[in-house]
Design a protein around this ligand. Structure first.
Ligand code: PLP
Length: 386
């Protein structure tokens, strides 16, 4: 039965039935006052998740589009920037900045560890003339299952005038990110992650400081020109070009669900799933890539057992058990596999995943006792620990 599939990747995540109802509604006119009100409501609700009063825009694109918008609108070609890079998505900042001719200096950290605030502070302290115009960081590094300490990274900047630009595509609404309190200038996130809707929408917040910088930016930009987004929003709560209306209708439903649950409870749920997965992985004798302190609430990266191919694990999980898990990315492609636990995931989905992982590993020749991981999880759940 192919249609019963468990989506245990770090996005796209499963979508609740209520949200699918919104998405499947007959299309509505995107220039009507009714749709304007929906954009307004949805924007205000996303701002609550961002914990910001800054401008926030809905883009019809995947998360990478919003990342590109963050570079195109706020950093001039030829200007200096720093990129904190400790994974595949840190590298994406590097690639985008490169295409836009940004003079980016990369502070690389080991994959599987958190980006180092001290390294950032040291570099910025040397920049006495304020030549560095922006610092790019990744909140949740999906490729390694590491949650970077964005608050500490921002604090490491002190009062250096550079913009602080954050990719929170897989972190937003899974782990705390306080945009205003932490003074984050530009923050991007994506629909297919903790928002529980399919891919296709991205969100970007813009501080006043970032708007001032954008006035001086000369990069060519059209679709992702955020000044156009602001104009449409300010005039009529609208978007400059046709938005993915039905995704917005789905988002309206998912944001209502998220509001009912409450942001703190959403964080707790993701954290709980992280702990359950880590308990099971340890009980199976497998090694986690990230330490407890660095571990992501959205996705867990697991080192592959010796003599077993990552591809074989994900293939058997997918073809025999209908569970889609992720392999590694970039330089860790064949070294780790990843279980996503963000968005519309239920604890039972995790139990099933671990049970099938045990069968898969046994089939591949690993010495595991069936039930070893599941039992540890059951005990963890019954203990009532979070
Ligand atoms: C941290 C992070 N940044 C950026 C992206 C890119 O988003 P998209 O694939 O929606 O373009 C992803 C996607 O998984 C991500 O996890």
């Amino acid at each position: 039965m192919r249609d019963k599939q468990y989506l245990m990747i770090p996005g796209p995540t499963p979508v609740p039935a209520k949200v699918m109802e919104g998405i499947m509604a007959p299309p509505i006119g995107h220039r009507t006052p009714e749709f304007g009100q929906i954009i307004k409501e949805v924007t205000e609700n996303i701002k609550e998740i961002y914990q910001t009063k800054n401008d926030l825009f809905i883009l019809t694109s995947s998360g990478t589009g919003a990342m590109e918008a963050a570079v195109a609108n706020f950093v001039n070609s030829g200007e200096k920037a720093i990129i904190m890079d400790n994974g595949n998505f840190g590298e994406r900042w590097v690639k985008i900045c490169d295409r836009y001719g940004v003079d980016a200096e990369v502070i690389s950290g080991p994959w599987g560890e958190q980006a180092d605030p001290k390294a950032l502070a040291n570099r910025l302290n040397q920049d006495k003339n304020g030549e560095i115009k922006a610092v790019f960081v990744t909140h949740n590094e999906t490729s390694t299952g590491v949650l970077n300490d964005v608050k500490a990274l921002r604090e490491a900047m002190g009062d250096h005038p550079a913009l602080f630009i954050v990719d929170s595509v897989s972190g937003m609404a899974a782990a705390p990110l306080k945009v205003d309190e932490w003074k984050l200038d530009v923050v991007v996130s994506g629909s297919q992650k903790a928002y529980m809707i399919p891919p296709g929408l991205a969100f970007v917040s813009v501080s006043d400081k970032a708007w001032s910088a954008s006035d001086k930016v000369k990069n060519p930009r059209f679709y992702f020109d955020l000044r156009a987004a602001k104009k449409s929003y300010d005039e009529k709560y609208n978007t400059p070009y046709t938005p993915a209306t039905n995704l917005v209708l789905g988002l309206q439903c998912s944001l209502k669900m998220m509001k009912e649950e409450g942001l703190e409870n959403i964080y707790k749920r993701h954290n709980y799933f992280k702990n359950i997965v880590r308990t099971a992985v340890r009980a199976l004798g497998l090694e986690l890539l990230a330490t407890d302190k660095a571990a992501s609430a959205s996705v867990t990266a697991i080192k592959k057992p010796e003599n077993i191919d990552v591809k074989d694990i994900t293939k058997i999980m997918r073809t025999k058990h209908n569970i889609v898990m992720a392999g590694g990315q970039g330089k860790l492609k064949n070294d780790i596999f990843r279980i996503g636990h963000l968005g519309y995931v239920h604890v039972n989905d995790i139990i099933v995943t671990i049970a099938c992982l045990e069968m898969t590993l046994k089939e591949l020749g690993m010495n595991v006792e069936l039930g070893q991981g599941v039992r540890a999880m059951q005990e963890f759940i019954l203990k009532g620990d979070k």
